[in-house]
Write a protein that binds this ligand. Structure first.
Ligand code: NDP
Length: 294
């Protein structure tokens, strides 16, 4: 059984991006730049935003941070995005989700210029992905693809079963894997799937993006399956100073012995998301530079 760790893949990505960034700055005279918009003071969102800006700094990207109060109106937020769309010094725009309930997330995502949509959530980016056109792809599925490539896991002709149909993980993951060149046969399952275990047991590659701790048990996977665990769940653990530990959607202890390869949680897919955000920001900066607008 192989443990598919995210760290070496992320490290390789970061060292390539660092080099690319140096070349970019040498050629164009300015850094790739990411605008990060945070609304409110949610602890998890604040911590994600800090990790993203830290990654920018480590790579030599510039970042501009906008911290708006919880009660900011949708109109004010959309106005900020409109300004950032027009700002030539900004190449990528990231709005940290979730947004407060009085703001329509879809309207905010749609306000982002598609050429700056480094999260890949804009409907046009999603459509481009589906029909196989170039464009930005949601960072977590893109990171999973990068891991599969790094560990030389072939998807062509294999049956991939994805549990979870969210717009940020399950659906884009399926869109990526059915493209020509990836050539997987994909089944997507969700909470209304009947006899879920019947489907998961068919998987050559099982991708769990559910949000339920240890949900996938050993009876749900076939021998020799490759298991990709996207879940990040907190479970109470009084033995830890912080009172909890992180576990995936897969019952790792029981499923690992049956699998050919498996991603751990933490230490698996999780680290790839920010690496892919940086990858997309680099691509956005190149797109901008190639247009010769500055
Ligand atoms: P969502 O809550 O948006 O989607 C969860 C999906 O799981 C839904 O499609 C839901 O079905 C399905 N589901 C829920 N319960 C069941 C069930 N009993 N049987 C079958 N399917 C079920 O979650 P996300 O996609 O955003 O995230 C999934 C997990 O991945 C979370 O733990 C999250 O923390 C983690 N995550 C990790 C990231 C990273 O590594 N960087 C990034 C993003 C997410 P239905 O649609 O019918 O409700």
């Amino acid at each position: 059984m192989r443990v598919l760790k995210g760290k070496p893949v992320a490290e390789q990505t970061y060292s390539q991006l660092k080099l690319q960034c140096e070349q970019f700055v040498g050629q164009y005279g300015y850094e790739p730049s990411l605008a990060v918009v945070l609304v409110g003071d949610d602890l998890a969102s604040t911590s994600y935003v800090q990790s993203k800006t830290k990654a920018c700094e480590e790579l030599g990207f510039s970042h501009r941070d906008f911290h708006l109060p919880e009660h900011v109106s949708e109109q004010e937020l959309v106005q900020l995005i409109t300004n950032l769309n027009e700002d030539r010094r900004v190449h990528g725009i990231l709005v940290q989700l979730p947004l407060p309930p009085h703001i329509d997330e879809e309207a905010v995502i749609e306000a982002i210029a598609v050429e700056k949509d480094v999260d890949g959530f804009h409907p046009q980016s999603v459509g481009n992905l589906l029909i196989g056109r170039p464009g930005f792809v949601s960072c977590t599925p893109l990171g999973i693809l990068k891991m599969l490539d790094y560990y030389q896991i072939e998807t062509a002709g294999r049956h991939v079963v994805i549990v979870g149909r969210s717009n940020i993980v399950g659906k884009p993951m399926a869109s990526l894997l059915i493209q020509k060149g990836r050539d997987a046969t994909v089944t997507i399952c969700h909470s209304k799937t009947s006899d879920l275990a019947f489907h998961t047991r068919q998987a050559d590659i099982l991708i769990a993006a559910i949000g339920r701790p240890n949900f996938i048990t050993e009876s749900m996977v076939k021998d020799g399956c490759i298991v990709i665990d996207v879940g990040i769940n907190r479970v109470e653990d009084s033995s830890r100073a912080r009172g909890y530990r992180l576990v995936g959607d897969v019952d790792y202890e029981r499923v690992a012995p049956k699998s050919q390869a498996i991603t751990p949680v933490p230490g698996g897919v999780g680290v790839m998301t920010i690496a892919m955000l940086m990858n997309n920001t680099m691509a956005a900066a190149l797109l901008h530079a190639e247009k010769g607008v500055r």
